[in-house]
Write a protein of this length. Sequence first.
Lengths: 234, 290
Amino acid sequence: MLSVEDLDLFYGDAQALSGVSLQADEGAIVAIVGANGAGKTSLIRAIAGMIRPKRGRIVFRGRDIAGLDSHIVCNLGIGQVAEGRQVFPTLSVRENLLTGGMLPRARARRAQNMERMLALFPRLRERLAQAAGTLSGGEQQMLAIARCLMGEPELVMFDEPSLGLSPAMTHAVLDTIVDLNKQGLACLLVEQNVAASLEIASRAYVLENGAIVMSGAGADLLKDDRVRAAYLGM
Amino acid sequence: MSLSLYAEVLIQGVLTGLVYGLMALGLSVIFGVVRVVNFAHGEFAVLAMYCAFVLFGLAGVDPIAASLPLAAVFFAVGYLMQRAIVQPFVTRPQHEQFILLVGVSLVITNGLLLAFGPESKHVDLSYSFDSYTLGGVLIDKTRVYGATAALVATAAVFAFFRYTMTGTAIRAAADNLTGAAVVGLDVKRLYAISFGLGLACVGAAGAIMMALTDMTPLLAPSLTLLAFTIVIVGGLGSMTGALAGGLLIGATEALASVIVSPAIKSMVSFGLLVLVLALRPQGLFGKAEA
């Protein structure tokens, strides 16, 4: 479904990604594990069209999307739940959801999708008229996920969806991701909670200093001594 | 002086202030969304005044009526200008944006000087000297018409941002640019629409001002300064602030010119500016920087 091939990315002279390749299949959860600054967010933003890679290909459904603008990438069906949630703080919850449904691919079904999201996240229904900036962190994360789904994505990249959330809320967010995946949504997951993300991932990559150093089935990486020592503190 | 004179002056000032407010709204929209300060704002106002002047001379079009087609034309100009020349500067340092827009302002002013010369121009409307009487208070007809048109245009801009999808998307992009890219909004297009709207405001306001005052190409810098004063008093990037600032500056300038002298009116508005900067630097309706 998505394959990244030999991607190099720079911020000025500083290289953030070097020769990164990865593969995400239809209906899979693919985890990307790595320390802070390893380049996880850069990778996601490069796929999303928010940063232009210097070299390499990003192929989505047979089409090279590297270098396309982010609104075009989104409209191909690659959604993103970004780090820090990135809701629109002064807009109401309802307006936040509407912005997600403005993609040409989903515009016609905006009303149905809104209803679907409010059924999925009843808390948002209670807060429809409230400014998104006044929501709790967990509610904002639900809003960010719902807003992304308003665009009817086929692949969603989740960047640290549990960052700053309570353990219970972290659990709820990860459960939501698993549920969405069961309904056919492919997921690319960057998660600080490494054990939990490897458990639900069918495939995982370890990113260190901008390069993939290890990859394999999530369950296998979970058993790997180096992964356990470096990311699970065991 | 009688009380009715003050009332008269105050009402005239408020009416003029509505037109000022519309002009300043344009500046505020552009800055609030695109984060570029339009240093050519007054020049665009004067350009609109000349367009209205020419339309009146050639076809007898009332400048206040001309504000609608001119708003449309200026929207298109703003849209294209953002796409073609401002967009590449959006991520550049502010002093480079400044030079770009100062360049645009020089082109406009000197173009107008070449075409029309430096003499001041005005239009004679059939109702220029008509007025309404309201409880002994005289109010110019032109000012009432102009203010009404400005109020309608301002309300239309507010409604656009509040109730349309594109308006909501623009507010989203102004609120969180990263978020806008994340959900797949076409930010460059939204910027172009915003710049277009900003110029539509100044285009309409300029046309209306042609009915109210005399004008020369050299008036432009003082109009730019006026728009800045209003927007800073009201709160940079706040639409309500632009409207309130326009009313406030319009009213205080008018009052100052009768109480003290017409020569002092700019001094009073700059005094107000200094006062606001000292006591409430974010402006009356602005949000404090976190």
